[in-house]
Design a binder for this molecule. Structure first.
Ligand SMILES: Nc1ncnc2c1ncn2[C@@H]1O[C@H](COP(=O)(O)OP(=O)(O)OP(=O)(O)O)[C@@H](O)[C@H]1O
Length: 401
């Protein structure tokens, strides 16, 4: 991504090839000991009573991207109670052709030995070959909106940083490695403070690593915020989901370093203060994303609960659109319990936007009626204590029976 962000965004006018999950199989994943869904390209609606396992299915899909899934749980918690591991298998269809992706922790099973590559115990196989988790991004990108994100604007900065980094990661899978390198270098520098090391040479070496890891994080976040803002700006108005004005606070009090050398100098200049605090007081780990509700010219954190929800939906949809434009494949969208919070008009608008995006959206709700407008644009599954049942008719008719 180089050049004028607005020009890059204009390319999104071209149709982007869709990516769809055409089958999903879960083994010992949370409440699903065995689950098999056969799917087509349409949206997927999972409805049923509380605790039936709807969000668990979305969480399994979120593991088709690097990281620990959208709940950021331990792999031990993801394995069904009493089971030693879990497995997720997805068949995909997309611009690069069909693919089979498997991931899980079942030792000695389909994923090889416990010491195989992967993310701290999770292994990934793509078309039969063992791959790093990052390689899944060649086949699909996954974007989500969860009820737990409702407090994003009024909560702490760390949640917004994670949200921001997740948005970067959906477009640029190497961002995860940058964050790990940064955290490692920062821990090393903090260790020097804790051990009361005074030799400048030690600090210079670790600060060089910190600057080399930190600068690309600053740049990637700034780039994301610019292109996302450009994407938001060109969406039609008025919209049922209000536009955001975004400001990145990069985590530096004064000048933001633009070169590795400037970054190293900033770290050296702050060393005395950092030593007193025992940690780095400036840097990307102190960044924040400020969001403003454009039509109201009001900080998002001061908006009503409903306004914040609508703003967040708008932001996530704009990011999904941007992801499609920049990766040239539509992201899979996971929308957990989104429909219940919207009035009928906004719900219908959301469904229309999803169609226009071309993404396969996976949606959950306790009440099937909420999705009736989707009719044959979606495939429906009813979840209950008896299991998961595909439902042919739109859920309004089904539940009225
Ligand atoms: N490792 C696990 N093994 C077995 N069951 C689990 C495991 N982890 C969570 N569960 C169960 O999964 C259920 C929760 O599933 P999930 O969050 O998918 O529900 P849901 O259908 O989305 O419900 P709601 O509508 O209330 O949000 C709970 O009953 C929980 O006890």
């Amino acid at each position: 991504m180089t050049g004028d962000p607005v020009d890059e965004v204009r390319q999104s006018a071209d149709a982007v090839p869709p990516v769809s999950i055409t089958a999903l199989r879960l083994t010992n994943f949370r409440s699903h000991s065995e689950l098999s869904l056969r799917l087509d390209r349409r949206h997927v609606v999972l409805f049923g009573e509380n605790g039936a396992g709807k969000t668990n299915i979305l969480e399994a899909v979120s593991l088709l991207s690097p990281g620990r899934g959208f709940r950021r749980a331990t792999y031990a918690d993801m394995a069904a109670k009493g089971a030693s591991g879990f497995a997720i298998h997805a068949s995909l269809d997309g611009p690069v052709g069909p693919a089979e992706i498997g991931t899980g922790t079942i030792a000695g099973g389909a994923f090889g030995s416990a010491s195989a590559n992967g993310e701290g115990g999770r292994r990934v196989r793509i078309n039969g070959a063992s791959e790093p988790a990052e390689a899944m991004a060649e086949w699909l990108r996954v974007v989500w909106l969860l009820p737990s994100m409702d407090g994003l604007f009024s909560g702490g900065a760390s949640d917004r940083r994670r949200f921001l980094d997740r948005m970067v990661l959906a477009i640029d899978p190497s961002h995860g490695r940058r964050a790990l390198a940064y955290e490692k270098a920062m821990r090393q520098r903090n260790r020097l403070f804790a051990d009361d090391v005074r030799d400048d040479l030690w600090y210079e070496s670790v600060e060089a690593e910190l600057a080399e890891a930190g600068l690309p994080i600053l740049e990637a976040r700034q780039r994301l915020v610019s292109v996302l803002q450009a994407q938001i700006d060109r969406l039609p108005e008025p919209s049922p989901f209000p536009k955001s004005d975004l400001t990145l606070l990069p985590g530096f009090e004064d000048d933001v370093p633009e070169t590795i050398d400037a970054y190293r100098e900033a770290l050296a200049a702050g060393r005395y203060r950092d030593r007193a605090a025992g940690r780095a007081l400036v840097g990307p780990h102190r960044a924040d994303l400020m969001v403003q509700h454009r039509p109201k010219a009001m900080a998002a954190r001061l908006c009503s609960t409903g306004e914040q929800k609508a703003l967040l939906i708008g932001l996530v949809l704009a990011h999904a659109r941007l992801t499609a434009a920049q990766t040239e494949m539509t992201p899979i969208l996971l929308l957990d319990e989104v429909a219940a919070h919207l009035d009928a008009g906004r719900r219908a608008a959301l469904f229309d936007i999803l169609d226009e995006l071309g993404s396969q959206a996976w949606m959950t709700g306790t009440d099937g009626h909420l999705f009736a407008d989707l009719a044959d644009r979606a495939q429906f599954f009813h979840l209950s204590s008896e299991g998961v049942r595909p439902v042919d008719a739109p859920p309004s008719m089904e539940t009225d029976r």
